[in-house]
Structure formats: structure tokens, C-alpha cells
Ligand binder design. Sequence first.
Ligand SMILES: Nc1ncnc2c1ncn2[C@@H]1O[C@H](COP(=O)(O)OP(=O)(O)OP(=O)(O)O)[C@@H](O)[C@H]1O
Ligand SMILES: [Mg+2]
Length: 448
Amino acid sequence: MADSPLVWWRRQGLRFRLTVAAAAVLALALALSASVLLSVLDRALIDTVDESTRHQAQTVRVAADAGTLTSPITTHDGTIVQVIAADGRITHVTYGADRLVPLLDERAREKVLGEGTATFLDGRPYAIPGPLRVVVLRADRGQTVVAARPVGEIQTSLGTAGRVLLVGTPALIVLLAVASWLMIGRTLRPITALRRGAADITHTARSRRLPVPQSRDEVHSLATTLNDMLARLEEAEQRQRALVSDAAHELRSPLASIRLQLEVALGHPDGQDWPDTAEGVLEDTMRLSRLAEDLLALARLDERGGVPARREPVDLDDVVRQTVERYGEARLTVCDPVLVRGDALDLSRVLTNLMDNAVRHTASKVEVALTADGVLTVTDDGPGIPEHDRERVFNRFTRLDSGRSRDEGGAGLGLAIVRETVRAHGGTVCLEDASPGLRAVVRLPVSR
Ligand SMILES: Nc1ncnc2c1ncn2[C@@H]1O[C@H](COP(=O)(O)OP(=O)(O)OP(=O)(O)O)[C@@H](O)[C@H]1O
Ligand SMILES: [Mg+2]
């Protein structure tokens, strides 16, 4: 099926459409102004002719009234005059004018007189080429003055002007179309360069930035915005790649350990302490499953894009009390009733991660406090974290060297999960110096 003209038009390139639209608008404007110009010119020229013809007729009438008409009547601008007596006879004429047949018969004369304006008359029956403008005036003693002026020349001039416009206008339109085509092409060149740059990125993955034009215009800001976006995407991709490689790295050591234990055991099955082997393998398997769970938790947080899984009213004090109960060495100092909106399971995981860290690093005690304004603190008296590392430890897979050397150390995902969960709940988390030790401070918005 053939496309409708509208669909065809939409399929054309921007350059073509802009050029055609500009040319069409110009053509319309020029045609309109040419026709207005010609008609105004025509009107003005005819008015001038009418006025001077009437002037001549009046001069003749004055002479006729005074009885001083000469024969032939003299006029200076080629006006043809006939003076017709009351009985219809032509008494006086200008040189060369018809003495027998009046230009207008009596009925026509009366009509023109009644209207008070000049009228057109075909000159050919009177051997005058082209049309005439005729003015009729009434003089004394029933005489009528008929004055006529050929206007063929005016019409020839107007015709010439019309022909010039007819040829000139299309030429002007073609000129403008060519100029628009070139100018639009030049304007679109940076966009073409952007497109080529984008294609380059897609095909070669070599250059990761689009060419930015020198001009400070819309295309320039588009290119910079797109480049910013590309930089962010690249950053996200790098983060993702680092995450995958870190995760693979973390998976490798428990898997290698399991493999080694099993290989050793199978190599010497007789003297092997199987329950011991199973215990070792189980420990590594637990590490693996914790890692998988943490990765899954982070993936879910990423997926939700900063929104908690649920938004239910949660009695945070209950969650805190139940969690702290599971840790023998932890003490709950303050526990005001606090109501927050969110996911109870995720919030308890926040506290669990903080307490795991505190218990792992503390020297003697861990103190947990929850105040009525939604501030939850977990304080230990361990080695603490140097100030310049206190932000860094929130990154995924970030463990400090001391943490790395410990056997019981995790993968470095605990604090990352804490930060993202707290953020999803609209809160903040930071680490402070508890001298000695570390204090983790979580601030959650309280719902009333
Ligand atoms: N209470 C603390 N005292 C001293 N250092 C800490 C404390 N909490 C965390 N850290 C340091 O911050 C690092 C990151 O902590 P995070 O909880 O993110 O990971 P992790 O505990 O090592 O592993 P995971 O929590 O995944 O089992 C730890 O490796 C440790 O070096
Ligand atoms: Mg931890």
C-alpha cells in the first residue's frame, strides 16, 4: 500500500523538510504581496487618470457654460472630449475625436452621471486601442461634457510588472531554497558528527566520548550532556565490572579451600578424620552462602533503586531489643519507643551487620542505644577506624588490612548493605570515634 503524503513527508530528512517549508512559506508570502502590489498600483494609477480626466472635463464645462468653447477643443494630455447639446448633437470635440457618434449613448451617460464616478469603455469601436476611462459632467443649457482617456498604457505597464514578478519570484524562491539547503546543512553538520561519534562508540567501543562542537550553542550543550551521561555510564559499568571481579575473587578462596580439603581427604581416605573434614567444608560453605546472601541483598537494593521493600509501621525498639538479645556481650543502654516506616527484616539486618562488626572488633563490651528521635548507635571499644577510612569502609568489598588478616572477617559487604538500606529508608549512617573504639550512628526518620 502506498504511504499517505503525510507519512512520506515525516520520513524525509530534516534538511529537506526545513528547506521545503521555508520555500513554501516564502512562495506564499511573495505571491500574496505581488498580488496586493499589482492591485494597489492599478487602483492608484486609474485614480490619477480619473482625476485628471475629471479636471479636463470641468475646464471644458466652465468654457461651455461661459460659451467660450473653441473648435476643436484643446487639451494638453491627450484627453478626448465631446460636448453634446441637449438635442443629442455633438457640438464641440477635441482634435481627431468623432463628431457624429458620442462615446456613450444617452442612457449610458445618464447612468455614469448618476453614479458620479468614472467608467471603463472599450476604445476599439472608436479606433482607439485599449480601454478608456470616461467621465461625464452636466453643463448649463442641457449640454453634456464627455471626457475620455485611454488607459491601455497603464495596463501594459502593469502587465510588464506582473511578468517581471512572475519570473523574479520563482527565481528568488529557488535562491532562498538553495541558501537554506546550504545553511541547514552547515547547521546540522555538528549533529551528523555527533551521530558518527555515537556510531563509533557502538561499533568500536574505542572512543568513549562524542565530538563537542566549538560553537556555544544547543548542539554544544547536547554534546556535553551526552558526554556526561557517557561518563556516568562508564563509571557504572566499571563499578559493575569491579563488583563482578571482587565477587569472583571472594568466591574463589572458600571454593579452593573446599576443594583442597576434599582432595586431601580423598587422597588419604583411611587415616582421615571425616567429621573434621566435614566441619571445615561446612564452614567454607557457610561463608559462601553468606556471601551469596549479601550479594543478593545488594542486588535487590540496587533493583529497587533507593526504595525499601515494604513501607509498614515498624516498632524499631522491638527490633532492636530482639536483635541485641542474640548477642551475649552486647548491652542495651537506652531503648525508647520509636516507630518508623519500612521493612522490619531489612532494619534488623542493619543492626545485625553493625553488631557483627562491633562484636568482632571490640575489646570488652558493645553498647547499643536507641533514642526517641530515631538515632540508633552501636558503640564498641576496639581499635576503631582511622578518620580517613571511615567513609571508604562503606564501599562494597572494602575491608581494612586489619580486617583482612582476621580469619573471621567477612567479604566487606556488611557496611555497604547498611548504608543502602538506611538510605532507602530515608535515613543516614556514619561512623564516629568513640575513643577508644568506634561508634556507628544511624539516623532514621521517625513516623508519628
Ligand atoms: N567496629 C569496627 N571497628 C573497627 N573496624 C571496623 C569496625 N566495623 C567495620 N570495620 C572495618 O570496616 C571494614 C568493612 O566492614 P564491613 O562490615 O563492610 O565488612 P566486613 O565486616 O569485613 O565483612 P562482612 O560485613 O561482609 O562480613 C571491616 O573489614 C573492618 O576493617
Ligand atoms: Mg561486617
